[in-house]
Every structure is written in C-alpha cells, then in structure tokens.
Design a protein around this ligand. Structure first.
Ligand SMILES: Nc1ncnc2c1ncn2[C@@H]1O[C@H](COP(=O)(O)OP(=O)(O)OP(=O)(O)O)[C@@H](O)[C@H]1O
Length: 279
C-alpha cells in the first residue's frame, strides 16, 4: 500500500526508508550492529527465600536474533513473563548476564537502565495503555515527546502505513476499535525505532479477527521494517506468526521450533502436557 501519509509538524525524509531497506533479510547485522539483538547467559531469577523460595528462571541461556519475531510459550507459571521482564530490564536477575546488543543491562545502575529502556526498547502490553485525551498520532509520538526526541518523519510515515493507521491519526482512542487501539500501541512502540520490542500477550484482549490484524502488523514490521520482536503468548495461532517459538517449562528452555504452523505449536503443547513438565 502506498497511500501518502501527512505527519503534521514533522519534517525530514529518507532515513527511515534507508534503514528499512538495509535491515530487510532476517537476522543479518545492519549498520555495524550485531546479528544477535539480545543474549541471556545463565540467568537465574528466584523469588523469596528459604522454604518459600521459587526459582522462576533456572540458568537460562538464549540468543534472540535481530530482525526476527520470537514467541515465548509454555505452561502457566513456567517463567515466560519473568524471562521477558528480565530480558527487557523491567526486572532484575538473581544471577547471570543479559546483553542487549553490546550493552550488558545486568550491569547498569537504575538510572542508566531506565534511560536505556526508554531509548532502546519498545513495549506492547495486553492493555493498550493509550492516553484518552490524545489522538492516535499524539499517542504514537508521546514517548518521544517526553524524551525530547524528534520523530523521524519518513520513518513515522512508514510505521503508520505499515500498521494501517494513515486514515485514523486524528481519532482519539474511544473512536477506535480494540484492534485499532492496539495498532496505535504497536506504532508507538515502533516509532522510536527501538532495538527490540517486547510484547506480553499483545493480542490477549482482542477477538480473533482483531488479534490477527495486530499479529499481521507485527509480522510486517519484522519483514518490512527489520524490527526485532519478542512476544509472550499462550495462543498457538499467535505463535504461528513468529519465526521461532521457544518453549519454557519449570524456568528452563526445553524446546524450540522454527516457522511453525498453529497446528504444530498446538501438537507440541499437547505433547508437552502429556509428558509432564520434566523435559
Ligand atoms: N513477584 C513474585 N513473587 C513470587 N513468585 C513469583 C513472582 N512472580 C512470579 N513468581 C513465580 O515465578 C514463576 C514464574 O512466573 P511467571 O509469571 O514468569 O510465569 P508465566 O509462565 O508467565 O505464567 P502465566 O502463563 O501464568 O502468566 C511462578 O511459579 C510464579 O508463581
């Protein structure tokens, strides 16, 4: 689709398209950056102490390829959200190291970590978290406005087109459907050009049609904009949009699949349940 999009109040051309072109083609390094967007080494996350101690992550090693869509699946309580929160620097680890690109985030002090998260990481949650008094475009650029960063107009235009919001930029959240609101949240996460976007059940509040729309846009942002996405989900259909599915059980990564169909994911989950969680 090539509808012209006017982004009021933002000048500048070219950089976004150049980035997109340079980043197409999967996990290849672009602009001198590493092909691995995030690395976890031997991470342990334990809650509580003594008899109430729960090990949510048990010596997890994982590499997240740049320019890929990764889904994290597993039974309830297996550690999916904890892994995502640790990788995103929203939670601290008990031991081990996490690197985003070349930066060891497990070595950052609070203030630096907050700054790093704000500048380099995008988030999409189950709740859309849009401000009701702002229109779609204002919601999309809000994090950058707060950070005093000027959005790149060409990039913003490309993001807005990719998520199919060109006609709805002046609408407030209440004038948008749930799926459209989540697309605004996706555009907001993409607009700041983060190294990586983390999604925690981003389609969990949507019906299957709206969920499919949002997942298609996430997929397009990987294919067309070179974005790296990590998403926690319970839904085999959602996972089938990913390039790679990681399976967690009892705080460990026990399996993975590449380019799976929803049926393959479903079969793997059934198999998993019937064998118990001891792989
Ligand atoms: N703040 C906390 N305090 C104590 N235990 C916690 C805390 N957060 C998570 N846990 C425990 O850590 C383990 C992993 O939890 P986590 O939320 O990561 O699992 P999950 O796979 O995301 O589960 P679900 O699919 O139900 O959301 C669980 O046993 C959980 O009870």
């Amino acid at each position: 689709m090539t509808t012209a999009v006017t982004i009021p109040g933002h000048g500048g051309e070219g950089e976004g398209a150049a980035r997109s072109a340079s980043m197409r083609g999967g996990g290849r390094a672009a602009g001198g950056r590493t092909a691995v967007a995030a690395r976890a080494r031997q991470i342990v996350k334990a809650y509580g102490a003594g008899e109430t101690r729960v090990v949510a992550l048990d010596h997890v090693d994982v590499d997240i390829a740049r320019g890929q869509f990764t889904a994290i699946m597993g039974p309830s309580g297996s550690g999916k959200s904890t892994l995502m929160h640790c990788l995103a620097g929203l939670d601290t680890v008990s031991s081990g190291q996490i690197f985003l690109d070349e930066t060891e985030i497990t070595g950052l002090k609070d203030k630096k970590l907050t700054q790093f998260r704000r500048d380099r990481i995008g988030f999409i949650f189950q709740a859309f978290n849009l401000l009701p008094t702002l229109n779609a475009l204002e919601n999309i650029t809000l994090p950058m406005d707060i950070a005093g960063r000027r959005p790149d107009a060409a990039w913003l235009r490309q993001v807005v087109e990719t998520v199919g919001l060109a006609e709805r930029l002046k609408h407030r959240p209440t004038e948008l459907s749930g799926g459209q609101q989540q697309r605004v949240a996706v555009a907001r996460a993409l607009a700041a050009r983060p190294e990586i976007i983390f999604g925690d059940e981003p389609t969990g509040n949507l019906d299957s049609r709206a969920g499919a729309e949002v997942l298609s846009f996430l997929r397009r942002s990987v294919d067309e904009l070179g974005q790296t996405i990590v998403m926690v989900t319970h839904d085999p259909v959602a996972a089938s949009y990913a390039d790679r599915v990681l399976y967690l059980a009892d705080g460990r990564i026990v399996d993975e699949m590449h380019n799976p169909t929803a049926d393959q994911v479903l079969d793997r989950m059934k198999d998993f349940d019937s064998r118990g969680r001891t792989s």
